[in-house]
Design a protein around this ligand. Structure first.
Ligand code: ADP
Ligand code: MG
Ligand code: MG
Length: 253
């Protein structure tokens, strides 16, 4: 049982003429077994939230806290965050020259678990997870993210999640750039992880369509750097029908 708690989080980025506050007091709690959808218009700060939790150096936390089971996540090194059970796909570099998917996964697994996985079960686990995600075995010998299509990047993210078995996973725009078949396959991967490991999921998305496949327990509307409204799955249906506009207008007022 794990709890990720975000309290009154304020985050700024450096811009040409000083700093700009992007997150303006985010409050959110995600527990094992729960699926939370964060939905909001472009530019509302959703990715900034993910990057901030991941410890991306561009984003400065000016106040507020992020804890995992009471431990200060913001004080942890990047690799400590992963060892503590957080999965943030965006913590990894965009391209890892000369490192194959196979080696990358094994290195990541070893780092997260503190010991190398047993070779025979590991090979079987990787093959099983790749089969489930309809990934060709040749994919394992390609270099990480080198020439990956949008869909391959997303499958690679979910492959990592299935193998690393985090306690809390933050998935940013996992649905972007996927056709309907790929969206279903990727969503099934998330659902398998939810069933087999009770992972808590923070699913960041702009569109409601992924929520047809991954059912959220909670929906948070994110506008202008904070949570503007919260509800259950029915809130996603309302957003689908009404859009974000009246939240955006209310945030401006
Ligand atoms: P979302 O993911 O909701 O579309 P982002 O978190 O990507 O939103 O961006 C929120 C706002 O912060 C945008 O106005 C964006 O231009 C700005 N922003 C994000 N990252 C940076 C950065 N590294 N430098 C300058 N501005 C940034
Ligand atoms: Mg505040
Ligand atoms: Mg984004």
């Amino acid at each position: 049982m794990a709890t990720l708690e975000i309290r009154d989080l304020h985050v700024s980025v450096d811009v040409e003429d000083g700093t700009k506050e992007i997150l303006k007091g985010v409050n959110l709690t995600v527990k094992s077994g729960e699926t939370h959808a964060i939905m909001g218009p472009n530019g509302s700060g959703k990715s900034t939230l993910a990057y901030s939790i991941a410890g991306h150096p561009k984003y400065t936390v000016t106040s507020g806290t992020v804890t995992l089971d009471g431990e200060d996540v913001l004080a942890m090194e990047i690799d400590e965050r992963a060892r503590a059970g957080l999965f943030l796909a965006m913590q990894y570099p965009v391209e890892v020259p000369g490192v194959t998917v196979s080696n990358f996964l094994r290195t990541a697994k070893t780092a997260v678990d503190g010991e190398a996985p047993k070779l025979r079960t590991w090979v079987k686990d990787v093959k099983g997870a790749m089969d489930n995600l309809r990934m060709d075995s040749a994919f394992a010998e390609r270099n990480v993210n080198e020439g990956f299509s949008g869909g391959e990047k997303k499958r690679h993210e979910i492959l990592q999640m299935e193998l690393l078995k985090p306690q809390i996973a933050i998935l940013d725009e996992t649905d972007s750039g996927l056709d309907v078949d790929a969206l279903r396959i990727v969503s099934e991967g998330v659902n398998r992880a939810k069933e087999s490991t009770d992972v808590g999921v923070l699913l960041i998305t702009h569109y409601t369509r992924i929520l047809q496949y991954i059912k959220p327990d909670f929906v948070h509307v994110f506008v202008d750097g904070k949570v503007a409204e919260e509800g259950g799955p029915e809130l996603a249906d309302r957003l689908e029908a009404e859009g974000y506009d009246h939240y955006v207008q209310a945030a401006k007022a």
